[in-house]
Design a protein around this ligand. Structure first.
Ligand code: KIV
Ligand code: ZN
Length: 533
């Protein structure tokens, strides 16, 4: 193990002499299993943005959604399929004719599409979820894969709760699925129960025992309930699986799925222990993580491997000293290899349009002319107020600009009276479709007063399950980034706002969330949200 540094230097370019049999296919399920987890709902536009980045990053297969689940899911899978450039676009379907037909329709525009059909195989799922016996499961496996194959020759079959299924029965199901035409067989650890040794043994046993196993690619799909998702997935690869299902930031049901960035960097960094490779451009991992965190409003844990804020930070004197003398003393990969650029002080109030455009390019943003002008105006205003403008400040500013580009409601002005005296008071002016509205309200604190004033202008019934404030950088002049989540019936939306003034950031986040809710509600009742405005 210690000789790793000699063979795989920190962030080295890919090794030569790779073989196809060692290639691990990356199947990303951020938009399906990830989006399915409570609170991580994304809008149509956000899903397209994430899919575009995954495609560019080199993800082999994007599981874009569960088309039968809702009209919204169907439309986003279809649009992602239409826009995909390199990735295979996959839709999920239960072992039911209607599911598979709808899924086939949704992925039709893709250059390459895949139908992923699944059924619960464990005794618990057979008895309590479906009330069917083993013979019926087997017959549904054959019927569903056969149906899917009538649409495409790229069919994945999953044995839900595989790790708690009797091995003999699981092998019979796998054999039936491959016989019916499944080209990928997924063995999920649906409840995150397996240990790495057990999981590796299961994959090995299936590959050895199932007579037609050479006709399919085996896949892992490990949940993280015991924090073992990445370890189990890699153990599965060691045992012969060549597809890993994972999600950016480890998003997914309950404790989530295996984290894509961890799988990819573990394979890349420990090539000595795991002689495999993926097609992922690892320098895009940080961007992907930030994007998914932004659109889901799920913060990334500071000490999260690969993409956490502290993943490459060295605080202790001994570590700092070592890294300065020779980075490999305490770094096993370079920050650059995951796309992390040193936070720099390069921008300030004297920076002009050209420098700002170059900076945006360096940070990976491409804005249209109008969006660029708006972002530049906000950057200048920020640079006037804030001594140091860091890359993170610009990212927060541009992310908000992108997120609110289509918002019908905008914050024009806000004055807040806060402090011990009370009552706290807010006066806000909003621009709604070009018309200005002003309202003054008191409240239980300045945020409450501000939100009440907004609600008076735009009455609504939405609940506010999340209000979250964080600092974009260090220092008392740091920008606050506020995340607001609103829930209205089955619709959940998230808004973000940033500003050096926490109240302004809060108002922007609330108004952005409200605009999104309006956009989604507008399809059915356009007048309700604004009628009292
Ligand atoms: O966890 C699971 O078993 C799943 C299947 C649908 C693949 O998400
Ligand atoms: Zn899952």
């Amino acid at each position: 193990m210690s000789s790793n540094q000699d063979q795989t230097h920190r962030g080295d370019p890919p090794r030569s002499g790779r073989e196809g049999k060692d290639r691990v296919v990356i199947f990303d399920t951020t938009l399906r299993d990830g989006e399915q987890c409570p609170g991580a709902t994304m809008t149509f536009e956000e899903k397209l943005e994430v899919a575009e980045l995954l495609d560019e990053m080199g993800v082999d297969i994007i599981e874009a959604g569960f088309p039968i689940a809702s009209q919204g899911d169907f439309e986003s899978v279809q649009e992602i399929a239409r826009r995909s450039k390199n990735s295979v676009i996959c839709g999920l379907a239960r072992a039911q004719t209607k599911d598979i037909d709808v899924c086939a329709d949704a992925i039709k525009p893709a250059r390459q599409g895949r139908i992923h059909t699944f059924i619960g195989t464990s005794p618990l799922h057979r008895k309590y979820q479906m009330s069917i016996d083993e013979a019926e499961v087997l017959s549904r496996v054959t019927a569903s894969v056969t149906r899917a194959r009538s649409y495409t020759d790229n069919v994945e079959w999953s044995a839900m709760d595989a790790t708690r299924t009797e091995v003999d029965f699981l092998c019979a199901c796998v054999e039936a699925a491959i016989k019916a035409g499944a080209t990928t067989v997924n063995i999920p650890d649906t409840v995150g129960y397996a240990t790495p040794d057990e999981f590796a043994a299961l994959i090995r046993t299936i590959i050895e025992r199932v007579p037609n196993s050479d006709k399919a690619v085996f896949s892992t799909h490990c949940h993280n309930d015991l924090g073992l998702a990445v370890a189990n997935s890699l153990a599965g690869v060691g045992a012969g699986a060549r597809q890993v299902e994972c999600a950016v930031n480890g998003l997914g049901e309950r404790a989530g799925n295996a984290a894509l960035e961890e799988i990819v960097m573990a394979i890349r960094t420990r090539g000595d222990a795991m002689p495999f490779w993926t097609g992922i451009d690892t320098t895009m991992l940080t961007r992907a993580s930030r994007l998914v965190s932004r659109v889901t409003a799920f913060p990334v844990q500071y000490n999260k491997a690969i993409v956490g804020r502290n993943a490459f930070a060295h605080e202790s004197g001994i570590h700092q000293d070592g890294v300065l003398k020779h980075a490999e003393t305490f770094e096993i990969m370079t920050p650059e290899s995951v796309g992390l650029k040193e936070s720099s002080l390069v921008m300030g109030k004297h920076s002009g349009r050209h420098a700002f455009r170059e900076k945006l390019k360096e940070l990976g943003y491409e804005l249209g002319d109008n969006a660029f002008e708006d972002a530049f105006v906000r950057f200048k205003a920020l640079a006037d107020r804030k001594k140091h403008v860091y890359d993170e400040d610009i990212e927060a500013l541009v992310d908000q600009e992108i997120a609110s580009a289509h918002d019908r409601i905008k914050v024009v002005a806000l004055t807040v009276i806060a402090g011990t005296g009370g009552p706290q008071k807010a006066t806000i002016t909003l621009d709604i479709d070009g018309k200005q509205h002003t309202y003054e309200s008191t409240g239980d604190g300045p945020v409450d007063a501000t939100f009440r004033a907004i609600k008076a202008i735009v009455p609504h019934e939405a609940r506010l399950p999340l209000y979250q404030v964080s600092a974009v950088t260090e220092g008392t002049d740091a920008q606050a980034e506020v995340i607001v989540r609103l829930e209205d019936g089955d619709k959940t939306v998230t808004g973000r706002g940033s500003d050096t003034d926490t109240m302004v950031a809060s108002a922007r986040a609330y108004v952005s969330a409200l605009s999104k809710l309006l956009a989604r509600g507008a399809r059915r009742k356009p007048e309700t949200m604004l009628s009292a405005g």
